[in-house]
Design a protein around this ligand. Structure first.
Ligand code: SF4
Ligand code: SF4
Length: 443
């Protein structure tokens, strides 16, 4: 297969990064790649879906991964898993004999092991330039579920469903495969329903997740839904007011620098220094322009505010404020900035996932959440036209149309970074606009 055909296959099938922000997979294909990484690190605490999928479908995943590697002419493929994912590692090892160019890299059980920049360093020893792309150092990273979806695309099956771990205040934590566009409430019901009267839906992992409503829906990047009581620590931190956080920085930041010392990007030589932003906020002194420009190199992992700070302050929140302000003024990161030396104490500054889970107050939510890989039925889906980085897809169906699962309902926007979107159930199109398409099931 050549790169153009592989690119068309991934674009037409709607394949996007399933583990993160939804970058269209076809746009990553690049013949300058020397190494492909398969991310099965399951970066966030409590998630289960990636290791479970690898355990069940290593054959399919490795086939697509190696075909992608071979098509690009990359010399090696490295499968990155945490060392305690013993079942997933066994499943990979049982297939590796068929793929001489693939090997395993076992990662420590630390956060954020799945961050691209961190993973590339662990697997290859290379440091991606601050603000740069992995391909600049000859690396492309694909998520494990993305490669499973790529396998199906190569068998002419477009992307119509998503694996989601459901845990927290639910009766039976589970990992389910649901049609894209399924309502969060329907997905949570698949875990036996909630066990508390008052709750919120926390979508994504504990470190980087957001709160959504029951009517919000699963997209191509929804990895997990946690049902949390409204008084949970994570919600208190998420909802704390910015002006109060600035006042707290002024009152309590002792400039211990722990937030910087434990910052995973800082320890790889990236010039992000959260304590300097806190200092500026505390002193109302904004003369250190470099510190502000360096906020571009924060990946919002949350280590500084949810783990490092002994005072419970919120450097990430302030950094996000600065970053947003710079972007809204059209200011971009300096492309000439290079990474410094990797911090020599970095091995001792990693954040153990077990301690992080305890710190976040989510130990009680650790559960096996067994995988059910059969697509669950739902009565209705609301399929968003923007589920990926780039331009939203453009609807190509109208109200009253009958569609079959897998039919294209929105086309990749021409001339832009975009992918097709497909019907995730068989049914009747009941509403179409530029933002979403709803389909009612016809069984
Ligand atoms: S860790 Fe907390 S107290 Fe220490 S410098 Fe950072 S924000 Fe300030
Ligand atoms: S969120 Fe904090 S710890 Fe994470 S990269 Fe940004 S500054 Fe560093």
């Amino acid at each position: 297969m050549d790169i153009a055909l592989l690119s068309k296959t991934y674009k037409d099938a709607g394949i996007v990064g399933a583990g993160g922000a939804g970058f269209p997979s076809y746009a990553k294909l690049n013949d300058k790649a020397e190494t492909l990484l398969l991310n099965c690190a399951e970066c966030e605490p409590l998630l289960r879906l990636h290791r479970q999928l690898m355990t069940l479908c290593a054959k399919e995943i490795l086939e697509a991964f190696d075909l992608t590697r071979e098509t690009l002419g990359a010399k090696e493929g490295i499968i990155c898993l945490k060392s305690h994912y013993t079942d997933a590692i066994k499943a990979v090892e049982s297939e590796l004999g068929n793929y001489p160019k693939l090997k395993i890299c076992k990662l420590d059980a630390v956060y954020p092991a799945g961050d691209e920049v961190v993973m590339i360093y662990e697997a290859t020893g290379k440091v991606v330039r601050p603000g740069g792309l992995p391909i600049e150092c000859g690396v492309i990273v694909y998520n494990v579920e993305t490669m499973y979806n790529a396998y199906r695309a190569l068998k002419e099956k477009p992307l119509t469903d998503k694996l989601v771990t459901v845990a927290g205040e639910v009766k039976s934590p589970i990992t389910v495969r649901v049609p894209i566009g399924a309502k969060l409430k329907d997905v949570v019901d698949m875990a036996g329903g909630v066990t508390t009267d008052d709750y919120v839906y926390w979508v994504g992992g504990p470190m980087m997740g957001v709160v959504k409503g029951a009517g919000d829906v699963v997209t191509k990047t929804t990895n997990s839904v946690f049902v949390l009581p409204p008084e949970h620590y994570l919600l208190n931190r998420l909802n704390s007011e910015l002006k109060i956080e600035i006042a707290r920085a002024a009152a309590s930041c002792c400039q211990c620098q722990l937030c910087t010392d434990l910052c995973p990007r800082h320890n790889l030589g990236h010039p992000i220094e959260p304590h300097k932003i806190m200092r500026a906020a505390a002193c109302n002194n904004f003369s250190d322009v470099k510190a502000f420009m360096n906020t571009f190199y924060c990946c919002s992992c949350g280590v500084c505010e949810l783990y490092s700070c002994p005072q419970g302050l919120s450097p990430r929140k302030l950094i996000n404020l600065v970053k947003g302000g710079l972007r809204s003024e059209g200011i971009k990161p300096d492309p000439t900035v290079k990474a410094g030396e990797v911090e020599k104490n970095r091995p001792y500054r990693k954040v153990p996932i077990t301690r992080l889970i305890a710190r976040l107050g989510v130990s009680g939510y650790e559960a096996e959440a067994p995988l059910d890989n059969k697509v669950r039925a739902v009565d209705e889906v609301k399929i968003m036209c923007s589920q990926h980085i780039g331009a939203p897809a453009v609807p190509c169906v109208k109200q009253g149309d009958k569609v079959t699962r897998g039919d294209v309902v929105a086309l990749a926007k021409e001339g832009a970074l975009s992918v097709n979107i497909h019907a995730s159930i068989c049914g009747l199109v009941t509403e179409v606009n530029e933002k979403f398409i709803t389909i009612k099931a016809m069984r």
